[in-house]
Ligand binder design. Structure first.
Ligand SMILES: [Zn+2]
Length: 234
């Protein structure tokens, strides 16, 4: 026997399907190409959850603007909350191409140097510009060079401490490349140090992590550190 509610409501709604339609509408408005949801949002959260998080960012940005004291009906600010939510979506939840590996007998060090990436610092939510050099020793296959640089996108799903970023990136690289040896050097320009506080306009933070052969073999370590050094003005 159906309850009165079941009799009047009909079949249950597919909330994920509704959320997916909504997301496509948002993407249409933004002029973004349609992509499979799993491609857009790989971090184990549902589309509905992302829409909820996006809504929170929009509401939060409105509150910040009101707190600053601006007229949020002014044309310059009216769409700012949605733009900020788009920026966060692009920075942390953008497309994540699959990491491809190619069979290769080359067994010497491979290095990609001076890759630029951006994140936000967890303490002030201000931008951090990173210049990253990564290297590894192949074990029967090599990663596509562009994929090597994109590994950072996989770990950049929320504001990151630079120390955490270098640790996560090196660990990911080490496991993706057969666990022979991996190393990462990261230079960070933190706007929270430049715009506020000590206002140190030229300071840079350097972090590194080495694993496997690159950590244990002094010759390999020296070779990596010499070849992968990040430059001040790449
Ligand atoms: Zn900071």
């Amino acid at each position: 026997m159906k309850s009165p509610d079941e009799q009047t409501m009909g079949p249950p709604m597919d909330e994920d399907a509704i959320a997916r339609d909504l997301l496509n509408c948002i993407d249409d408005l933004q002029g973004l190409p349609k992509k499979p949801a799993s491609h857009l949002y790989p971090d184990n959260t549902s589309i509905r959850s992302h829409i909820h998080r996006r809504d929170l960012i929009i509401r939060g940005t409105q509150l910040i603007l009101e707190g600053i004291g601006v007229d949020i009906t002014d044309r310059n600010f009216a769409d700012t909350p949605r733009r900020y939510a788009n920026f966060i979506s692009e920075l942390f939840w953008g497309p994540r191409p699959a990491i491809t590996a190619f069979p290769e007998t080359h067994d010497q060090m491979v290095i990609v140097r001076n890759h630029e990436a951006w994140t936000l610092c967890p303490h002030h939510l201000l931008p951090v510009r990173l210049v990253i050099s990564i290297g590894y020793i192949p074990k029967g296959s090599v990663l596509g060079l562009s994929k090597l640089a994109r590994l950072f996108d996989d770990i950049n799903t929320q504001p990151l401490m630079q120390e955490t970023a270098v640790d996560k990136l090196c660990t990911r690289l080490y496991h993706e490349t057969g666990e022979m040896g991996a190393g990462v050097i990261m230079k960070g320009e933190h706007l929270c140090m430049r715009m506020r506080g000590i206002k140190s306009s030229h300071s840079e933070a350097i972090t590194s992590k080495l694993m496997g052969v690159l950590r244990e073999n002094p010759q390999a370590r020296t070779e990596f550190l010499a070849l992968a050094a990040v430059h001040s003005q790449p």
